[in-house]
Structures are given as structure tokens and as C-alpha cells.
Ligand binder design. Structure first.
Ligand code: 3PG
Ligand code: CO
Length: 553
């Protein structure tokens, strides 16, 4: 099918591509901050425009199974690259199953280093089975191998508590069995493996896109210097903090250091080796830089031990961060951005800090930086540094100001933007705030629609995965909400398995003569890139999954 048939009378410009991060579709209104929101613009679009639903989770986006919820990394990778790639979660599973991870030079280097110096091996990472940034099974497999095959005597584990990709107060469901696992391994192999420090993932270590280096600095103090409030165990720390601050959720728990009679059990020292066991890059890059960069200046590293470091993967394949890693990342080339640059398309990418890398780094296949400075402009609107349930509007209005101006300027062929609200506020588990987040996005859509109409452009509204449309934990069997001890629905902070909308808004009405290709039985995020080429009136690259649209008759 030739695209020329899509637009008989004009070449619409610009194509404004809106990612409503974390706003999925779910029919049931219970706990649904999207359907319960006041969203006149979204309602209008759904009533008057062509739209379809796209699969945004599981195998369709390169995750191990269809029980894996979608996430922004794989979602933006899939949108930006027009086809799926086996993602970190799958690649690490395979490397562990085949044993190749333990034969690779990344792992061998760490083992040799700490053996030579009689040091300890440290593991830092997100401690859950959320399978978005990491998986507990990977950590356990590495510890087993370390104890039974490499026979390294001391390991220390620094646990970043999740509550964001898994149940919001589920930390002990992981910590307690893990302590038994360590006990068993210690007994069986005669080793000394212990949890040494930790804290909520939003408080220590896992900052992203340089939104707040203080978070990483606090992580350094906690894991490396072993400075901070001490407890006899991770369990004691979690229980104490929960008692002191009722209602606190795991991702926000303060840092803790585990100590015994002789002091903290696991500062990182000269001669030690460190693995950061997250495979996803956005929240792993800053701590990797702190460990690896000789002239790092974001915070004083006190102390800065002579330790060998490796990340689970190469997180940035352009800037080569980190230098040492355990598993090769997916090689995501021939992205939409690359092809559009080759075709001379002028592009703008914009979001606020929290999602800036999503529309640049993830979109471009985990590469930071401009592809072509002559054709592209990347704009970051600084995010607030506050709990987002307190400011659910976030920076959506400021982003919209810039995009409205860009649409009217005639300077761009395609403008892509990400509204963080549905996702970032969805992750807080606060229903009212999530509803306001969705309404904020809707208000902004109205402004974009007007600007698009005025400029003679066209607009796509979609999302990378769901979140805000399912704010309660649901019973898998009945589909009804679970309730807490107070009889209130249990808040859900994680992403979902729900599909997302793909809406084409063409104010000229010309798209009335288009339709979705009925031969594409299960449309997915990977069909988007080729569809953007159609909407830009360009031939989609052959290697992409097929475009969604076709001319009517
Ligand atoms: C996070 O990092 O905030 C969550 O684990 C995943 O959210 P995202 O995939 O929407 O960024
Ligand atoms: Co999210």
C-alpha cells in the first residue's frame, strides 16, 4: 500500500505525537482514575476520531511472558523502533539459564578482583520480582553461583525496597524469605552472606535523568560509607519505620544500615567488588557514573574505595555507561528517529525531567543525545522535586505551552511529547490525585487540539502502558478490589496489563477516509512507528511491523 493514498489533498504538518504515560484503557470504572475523571477532550476524540486499542505489555514488547505488565522502557523502545526486541528481563534470564553470564569477562573480573584482595562482593539493586528494573531471581542465582562455584566467602546485599512495581507494602514478603535463603546458603556453602543496607527506591540511589542527585548521594552514604540509622536487620528497620510513620509505603522508606556488635556489616571497602543488578538503565546510570567516573563531581564520594564495579547491562550504548557490565543489552538500531533524520524530517522531543529520557533515550533505543542536531531539538522542562500526589498537574501546562508554540511555528514535521502525570501520580496510589492527573492531561489535550487545527496539522494520542486506569489491587479471580484492614480498597501503585488507545485526530476531516487495517488482528505498540510514517506521508521502513492505517476504498 502506498501512503500517497492516505492524504489526497495535503501533507499535514506537524504530526504531534502525544504519549499519555501510564494512561491505559479499562472498561470497569471501579478504581479507574481515567474513566472516573472529567475528560471532555478525550471523550470527544473517542467519539469522533478513528481509534484502536494496542497491546502494550508482555511478549508484544519483548518481555518474558504475558503476565509481565508494560513499562516505559520497553514501551518507548517499541514505539521508537517499530518492532520488538528481547528486553533486559529476558536476556538476563537467558544468560543465567545458559551460564554465559558467569563465564563473561564482566563477572570474571569482579570475582578475580575481590578474590585477589580478599574483599567482599556487593550487590545493590531493586529488591523485588516486579521485572521492570530487576528480578530477585537474578540476584539469587548470582549469589548461589558465587557461593557454590566461585566460592567467594563474603557477600553483602544492599536492598532497594520497591512498592512501586509490586504491592505498595510488600517489602517483608521479599525480605523474610530472602533471609531464609541466605541462611541456607551460608549453612550449605560455609559462606557469610548478609543484607547490609537499604531504603525505599524513591529515597536512595535510583534517581533518573539527573532529577535529584541528592538521592544518589544518600545511596552512596548508605551503601558505601555505611553511615546512617542502624538496625539489627532489614526487617527490624522496615517494621520500625512503619511504626513511626503509619501509612508510609515501601518506595518512600528512609535509608537504613544493618549493624551488629562490631558496627555496620557491609560498607564497600578497597578490594571489594560491586554489582548493580538492575538491568533497566534509566535509574541505574547515575549510581554507575558515581562508581566509575574518575573525575565525578555531582557529590563528594566519601569514601571512594578502590572497588571493581559492574552493572547488570550496558545502560547507555552510546555513552558506554557503565564500562563494565555482565550481560549484553539488546541492540536497538534503525529507530524511527534515525529514519526520520535520513528523510530530513525536523523533529522536536519534549517532556519534563521525570520522563525526558523516555522520549529521547528510550525512544532512540537506549542512546542519549541528539541524532542530528541540525534537525532535532530536545526540550526538558525541569520537574518539581515533590511527592507528585501533592502536585498532580506536574509540568503538563509548561510542556503544553512549548508544544503549542512549536506547532504554530511551522518549524517541525513531527513533535513528540510525554505527559508524565498518569504514570507518576498513578505510582503514588492516591486515587484522587491520579484523577486530577488524568484531568490535567485532558485539559492539555484540548489546547493541543486547537493548535493542531489552526496549523493544519494532525495528532496522535496514545500511551506506553497502563497505570492510572487501575488504582486498586484486584482479586485475580473475581476482578473485585481487595480491601485493607480499615475496609478501604487496597491501593495499587504498579503498572497494568491493560491496552492503550491509539487515536488519530485530523481536524481537516480527511482522515475520515482512513480506517484501521482489519488484517492486523492484534495491534501493538510496535505498529506505531510505521503508522507515523504513513501520517507523515512517507513510506514506512520494510523492517518495521506493519502500519495500522489504510485508505478506505
Ligand atoms: C519507575 O521507574 O518509576 C517504575 O518502576 C516504572 O515506571 P515507568 O516504566 O513508567 O518509568
Ligand atoms: Co511508571
Amino acid at each position: 500500500m502506498k501512503n500517497k493514498t492516505l492524504f489526497k489533498h495535503r501533507r499535514p504538518r506537524p504530526l504531534t505525537f502525544v504519549v499519555m504515560d501510564g494512561i491505559g484503557y479499562r472498561a470497569n470504572p471501579e478504581g479507574n482514575a481515567v474513566s472516573q475523571g472529567y475528560t471532555p477532550h478525550l471523550d470527544w476524540l473517542l467519539a469522533n476520531c478513528h481509534y484502536t486499542l494496542l497491546k502494550a505489555h508482555g511478549t508484544a514488547v519483548g518481555l518474558p511472558s504475558d503476565s509481565d505488565m508494560g513499562n516505559s522502557e520497553v514501551g518507548h523502545n517499541a514505539i521508537g523502533a517499530g518492532r520488538f526486541f528481547p528486553q533486559g528481563a529476558r536476556l538476563v534470564n537467558e544468560a543465567i539459564a545458559s551460564g554465559s553470564i558467569f563465564e563473561g569477562k564482566g563477572w570474571r573480573r569482579l570475582i578475580d578482583f575481590c578474590r585477589k584482595h580478599d574483599g567482599s562482593m556487593h550487590f545493590i539493586g531493586l529488591f523485588s520480582d516486579g521485572n521492570v528494573h530487576s528480578h530477585l531471581d537474578h540476584l539469587k542465582a548470582m549469589l548461589k553461583h558465587l557461593a557454590l562455584h566461585d566460592k567467594v566467602l563474603r557477600a553483602r546485599i544492599h536492598i532497594l525496597l520497591d512498592g512501586r512495581d509490586v504491592g505498595e507494602t510488600s517489602a517483608l514478603d521479599y525480605v523474610i524469605p530472602f533471609e531464609s535463603f541466605l541462611k541456607e546458603i551460608n549453612r550449605q556453602a560455609g559462606v557469610d552472606y548478609r543484607i547490609a543496607s537499604g531504603g525505599g527506591r524513591m529515597k536512595v540511589t535510583m534517581d533518573r535523568y539527573e532529577a535529584d542527585w541528592n538521592i544518589v548521594a544518600l545511596g552512596w552514604k548508605t551503601h558505601v560509607a555505611a553511615e546512617g540509622r542502624t538496625f539489627g536487620s532489614a526487617q527490624e528497620a522496615i517494621e520500625t519505620y512503619r511504626k513511626e510513620k503509619p501509612g508510609i509505603i515501601d518506595q518512600d522508606l528512609p535509608p537504613f544500615v544493618v549493624a551488629d556488635g562490631s558496627g555496620p556489616v557491609g560498607p564497600v571497602k578497597d578490594g571489594d567488588s560491586v554489582v548493580f543488578f538492575n538491568y533497566r538503565g534509566d535509574r541505574a546510570i547515575e549510581i554507575s557514573r558515581a562508581f566509575e567516573e574518575p573525575d565525578f563531581d555531582k557529590f563528594p564520594r566519601i569514601p571512594y574505595p578502590n572497588a571493581a564495579y559492574a552493572g547488570m547491562m550496558e545502560y547507555d550504548t552510546e555513552a558506554h555507561i557503565p564500562k563494565n557490565y555482565l550481560v549484553e543489552p539488546p541492540v536497538i538500531g534503525n529507530t524511527m528517529g534515525e529514519f526520520l533524520c535520513k528523510a530530513g524530517m525536523r523533529q522536536m522531543a519534549i517532556s519534563e525531567t521525570q520522563k525526558f529520557g523516555h522520549v529521547t533515550y528510550f525512544w532512540n533505543g537506549n542512546r542519549s543525545g541528539l541524532l542530528d542536531p541540525n534537525l532535532e531539538e530536545y526540550v526538558e522542562v525541569p520537574s518539581d522535586r515533590v511527592p507528585f500526589e501533592e502536585r498532580p498537574w506536574m509540568k503538563a501546562a509548561e510542556i503544553t505551552d512549548r508544544v503549542v508554540e512549536a506547532i504554530g511555528s511551522g518549524k517541525f514535521d513531527m513533535i513528540r511529547l510525554n505527559y508524565a502525570n498518569g504514570d507518576m501520580v498513578g505510582h503514588t496510589g492516591v486515587f484522587q490525585a491520579a484523577r486530577i492527573a488524568v484531568e490535567t492531561v485532558d485539559l492539555c489535550l484540548g489546547r493541543l487540539m486547537k493548535a493542531t487545527q489552526k496549523a493544519g496539522g494532525i495528532m496522535v494520542v496514545t500511551a506506553d502502558h497502563g497505570n492510572a486506569e487501575e488504582m486498586y489491587e484486584l482479586d485475580k479471580k473475581t476482578g473485585k478490589p481487595k480491601y485493607n484492614e480499615e475496609g478501604k480498597p487496597k491501593a495499587k501503585t504498579a503498572h497494568t496489563l491493560n491496552p492503550v488507545w491509539f487515536i488519530v485526530y485530523d481536524p481537516s476531516g480527511e482522515c475520515a477516509s482512513l480506517r484501521f487495517n482489519p488484517e492486523i488482528k492484534e495491534p501493538k505498540l510496535t505498529n506505531i512507528a510505521a503508522t507515523c510514517f504513513q501520517l507523515l506521508d512517507l513510506e514506512p521502513p520494510e523492517l518495521y511491523d506493519p502500519p495500522l492505517l489504510m485508505a478506505n476504498g
